[in-house]
Unconditional design. Structure first.
Lengths: 147, 562
């Protein structure tokens, strides 16, 4: 069991972590940092769940936290695959590089602080690809222009 | 010594609960789980590589459909019997089996049995990717079944994630295409944020109410409302409202309801049309079921079933008393759902006007239909306090809508996928003059789109009619008269708005001149793709004429709301 002031303190920490994560995911543009912020939100939830569980004196909240951690790991694994794929494709982790899909009538968001062009070709370790090489994209010409 | 014997009794009790009570009601999900394991083995063992994974998946889905069908037939209200709620909590209260579970599960399995041949014919998961694709599809459907039967916030969270995480991977299925990667990134970032917010809402609600079990939470909520005079809850009330709204964010994300719909058009445009069909039909069905579960779970305390023990009358009275105390909670839920419904419907229909890409247009159409479904849910919750019989009718209207929506929308996405294979384009303009080369497919498109509008001879008309009649009933009977009146007007106006953009597609197909470079017939109805399209379009016509059988099933599903 936990006293009420201790519950308040723990809930405050949880709420702070959650809000930091929420603000981060809304404002950051680096894809990896965005996912870190999503994880931060889940950790904030975990802290407050454990606090409530201690306060009420039952295990329900802590069991939920174990599941949350597991699911967060799965989600991060899947999401990081996409981030890696994105980096391999554009050489950038900036979310602003991904604006092909949007309303046809809306202009794309331009950023004056973005470097005009990548001066250095990105280099990363390569693995020999598995499976059959996908054919070139016949629809590439039908897409709207890229960033 | 004592503790050891305690442990023994706990183990034997949970064994009995799992093996004797829960697993027999869990057969469709078990079929899916076994099929997923088989599909993964297909990928690993060289002997099984000869097998085409689509047939393995179809076999598993067919078994699951059979068990789901026998579960629905086994319900006490089947064939004109007394449609009493047959509520049974399984797996120590984590899940609940009742008529809604059985009905939604049947819909999802029927969807799979139609969907797997469609993807096999349209060829988007090629043989190399087939096992992965069907593993993800079946895994996500398993999560959706759990969404429909969740009775505990832990299961709500797990089920939503089980449905979402495979969907992210499905959105990125076309590995060679940049648009597909972009769709997957956007979906995953949005989904991670939405699930975090939903989870914080859950922690607030569960912490204040001291439980994650939905019926227990409803009882605690009634206790809170009864202990403190109305309007004097202060901080507690505010935190409860905040928790409820945060939970609604997660649900609205799954439903693609405004203002959390932004992912939907981008993901549908970037992902393959097959994946769009899956997200639009199966995911929506499960999300509506989950919304019904949470709204009724928190808004209406469950009475102990008659016949369970002698104190059932007392328990029923206690539940009715608690139900009266939960009026404020229901009012809050009706206001939230109703407002979201009006916004979702209007924005979906208006934004569909300017679209040139067929998949994007269907994405906005999906958003608009989520709005109509939310209207039905709002009417059901509004009626549940005072008029349970009318609330049951409203839930049946939503259930009926989901069933017709399956055929209409899967048909629309199937047509987009097959025309993409034939014309190499998904732009509406490329469908010009299709009636001169392939009239059959234009007729099928006409059937599906007119049904999506909701015009009389087709299935879509009855589903809209039932939703609107539920709203009319809510206007005359419930206390939420002004909101329901607004919803009815918004729904009617939106049906008129939607005429234009659906008919524009048909106009391009029929009146616009055929481009000179078009090679012969694009798509004949006498072919495998044609057969799939026919199999999806014919039920739309048939359900428009013989709708009473399906409506009887939907009424059975509605019985859960008593």
């Amino acid at each position: 069991m936990m006293s009420l002031p201790m519950l308040h303190n723990a809930l405050l920490v949880g709420a702070m972590l959650f809000s930091l994560g929420l603000v981060g995911i809304l404002t950051r543009r680096n894809l990896i940092v965005m996912f870190l912020c999503a994880e931060l939100m889940l950790q904030g939830v975990s802290v407050s769940l454990v606090a409530w569980s201690r306060y009420h004196g039952d295990w329900g909240g802590q069991v939920l936290v174990i599941f949350v951690l597991t699911v967060a790991a799965c989600e991060a694994a899947v999401a990081l695959v996409f981030v890696l794929q994105a980096f391999a494709r554009t050489g950038r982790l900036d979310a602003a590089a991904w604006q092909t899909l949007r309303e046809a009538t809306l202009p794309r968001v331009m950023d004056s602080k973005l470097p005009a062009d990548d001066t250095l070709a990105p280099s990363w370790p390569t693995l020999s690809p598995a499976g059959v090489l996908p054919p070139g994209d016949p629809q590439e010409s039908l897409q709207r222009e890229h960033v | 010594m004592n503790s050891v014997s305690d442990l023994g009794s706990i183990v034997s009790r949970s064994l009995h609960d799992t093996l004797a009570l829960s697993l027999p009601l869990f057969r469709p999900e078990l079929c899916l789980a076994v099929t997923v394991v088989l599909l993964l083995l297909c990928r690993m063992l060289p002997v099984l590589k000869m097998l085409d994974s689509a047939w393995v998946a179809l076999g598993g889905a067919a078994f699951a459909l059979f068990y789901a069908w026998s579960d629905l037939r086994g319900l006490p209200g089947w064939l004109g019997g007394d449609a009493l709620a047959s509520r049974q909590e399984i797996f120590t209260g984590l899940l609940v089996f009742d008529s809604l579970t059985a009905y939604i599960r049947l819909l999802l399995m029927a969807f799979l049995v139609l969907y797997i041949p469609f993807t096999k014919v349209s060829g988007i998961p090629d043989r190399e990717d087939g096992a992965d694709f069907y593993t993800l599809v079946l895994g996500a459907t398993l999560g959706m079944c759990l969404m429909a039967s969740a009775n505990h916030l832990l299961m709500v969270f797990m089920a939503v994630e089980m449905a979402s995480v495979p969907s992210y991977a499905l959105a990125g299925l076309l590995k060679g295409r940049r648009a597909s990667s972009e769709a997957a990134i956007k979906y995953a970032v949005y989904g991670a944020g939405a699930s975090g917010i939903m989870l914080y809402g859950m922690s607030l609600l569960a912490g204040l109410l001291g439980s994650c079990h939905l019926p227990t939470m409803a009882r605690q909520l009634a206790g809170l409302a009864g202990a403190i005079p109305a309007g004097n809850l202060g901080g507690v009330e505010m935190v409860l409202v905040l928790g409820g709204l945060m939970l609604a964010v997660g649900l609205a994300f799954k439903l693609s309801a405004v203002p959390f719909h932004f992912w939907c058009p981008d993901v549908f445009e970037g992902a393959a049309a097959e994946v769009g069909g899956f997200l639009s039909v199966a995911s929506k069905t499960a999300a509506v079921a989950l919304l019904l579960r949470i709204a009724f779970g928190l808004g209406m305390p469950v009475a102990v079933l008659p016949g369970a023990d002698s104190s059932s009358a007392l328990a029923g009275q206690a539940a009715a008393l608690q139900g009266a105390l939960l009026g404020d909670a229901r009012h809050f839920m009706v206001a939230t759902i109703g407002l979201m419904a009006a916004l979702t419907c209007t924005l979906g229909n208006l934004a569909a006007y300017g679209q040139n890409n067929m998949k994007r247009l269907l994405a906005y159409s999906t958003i608009a239909h989520a709005g109509y479904l939310l209207m039905g849910v709002a009417a059901a919750v509004a009626l549940s306090g005072s008029h349970p019989a009318s609330a049951r009718t409203a839930v049946s209207a939503v259930a009926f809508y989901l069933a017709t929506y399956l055929f209409m929308n899967l048909g629309a996405f199937a047509i987009v996928a097959f025309l993409r294979n034939a014309l190499r384009s998904e732009e509406i303009a490329s469908y010009a003059g299709l009636i001169r080369t392939s009239p059959g497919i234009v007729v099928a498109t006409g059937v599906v789109l007119v049904s999506l509008i909701g015009l009389p001879p087709l299935a879509g008309f009855w589903s809209k009619f039932l939703i609107f009649s539920a709203l009319v009933e809510a206007i005359s009977l419930s206390a939420e008269r002004p909101l329901m009146l607004v919803l009815l007007v918004v729904g009617g106006l939106n049906t008129v708005f939607s005429l234009y953009y659906y008919l524009r597609v048909l106009k391009v197909m029929t009146f616009d001149p055929l481009p000179a470079d078009r090679p012969g017939e694009a798509l004949s109805l006498v072919s495998f793709p044609g057969a799939i399209v026919t199999a999806l379009a014919v039920p739309v016509v048939m359900l428009g004429i013989f709708w009473s059988g399906l409506y009887a099933c939907a009424q059975l599903a509605g019985a859960f709301a008593s």
